[in-house]
Design a protein around this ligand. Structure first.
Ligand SMILES: [Zn+2]
Length: 267
């Protein structure tokens, strides 16, 4: 998942702004050097800073994302739990605000927006969503064509990211609406108050089955404490649409990380 801009304090619930804003500005990074994110030096910091490696967690953290979710076709390597807490999406139309931030295409939700995800007693606000090609999470060691990440936060600083996989197939109008508004220029944004996008257009009709585990941001600073929910049922997009996204970003995916004893659960 993407970190930059999720961090714009104005878009964040108070708790998230508190816990993440200190890290909002950091040195540049790229997908070609992901093994060395751990040792990226923050050379903007002078002598007094005790910790000049702002992305150290990317290499030292034991609960990093993404993961290869299963090694077995029948998912026999992961426990299956009857879902007590289903994912309740309350997504609706938002004004167009699509950004090309140099790492992905990202849709920003409006300040004070009421798009939310409820899981049990927790209600998370949708902060932004963005795309990776190929998918970051894998099944059987294989990637999907694309993965969208819906990034949510709560007032008290909990984070939940929902991932949806894309496979080649039918034309996807919801994806096309994003692509049509994606700025070609890095750093550009398309903001149109009189036009809308609907994040629910990117959800599969059925989302009762999902994988969950405890992980991290998949981009520097790789902050841990992120609850992941990967929908088992992929959505489809045409090969042309997948290629259209890849013309913006191809290979903006972190490689799977070590599970280090963490358990993926299938609900
Ligand atoms: Zn992401």
């Amino acid at each position: 998942m993407q970190y930059r801009n999720m961090m714009k304090a104005v878009l964040l619930p108070a708790g998230l702004a508190m816990s993440f804003s200190a890290q909002a500005v950091g040195p540049e990074w790229g997908y070609d050097e992901q093994a060395s994110w751990v040792s990226v030096l923050d050379d903007t910091v002078q002598g007094s800073m005790p910790f000049p490696y702002p992305y150290a967690t990317c290499g030292l953290g034991a609960k990093q994302s993404p993961l290869n979710l299963t090694t077995q076709k029948d998912f026999s390597d992961i426990p299956r739990v009857a879902s007590q807490n289903s994912l309740k999406f309350a997504y609706s139309k938002i004004p167009v605000n699509v950004e090309n931030n140099g790492h992905t295409i990202k849709v920003n939700t409006p300040v004070g927006g009421d798009n939310s995800l409820s899981i049990g007693q927790d209600r998370y606000t949708l902060l932004q969503y963005h795309f990776h090609a190929p998918s970051e999470h894998q099944l059987l060691g294989r990637s999907y064509a694309l993965e969208v990440h819906f990034v949510h936060g709560t007032q008290d600083g909990k984070m939940a990211v929902v991932g949806v996989f894309f496979k080649p197939g039918k034309y996807n109008p919801g994806l096309q609406a994003v692509l049509d508004n994606a700025p070609v220029t890095v750093g550009g944004a398309t903001v149109q108050a009189d036009k809308t996008l609907n994040p629910s257009d990117l959800l599969p009709a059925k989302h009762t089955e999902f994988f969950t585990y405890a992980g991290s941001l998949t981009t520097p600073p790789c902050t841990e404490g992120v609850n992941w929910y990967l929908l088992k049922k992929p959505v489809e997009a045409s090969v042309e649409q997948i290629n259209q996204f890849k013309a913006f970003y191809s290979g903006n995916a972190r490689v799977p990380q070590l599970a280090n004893g963490r358990q993926v659960i299938l609900h």
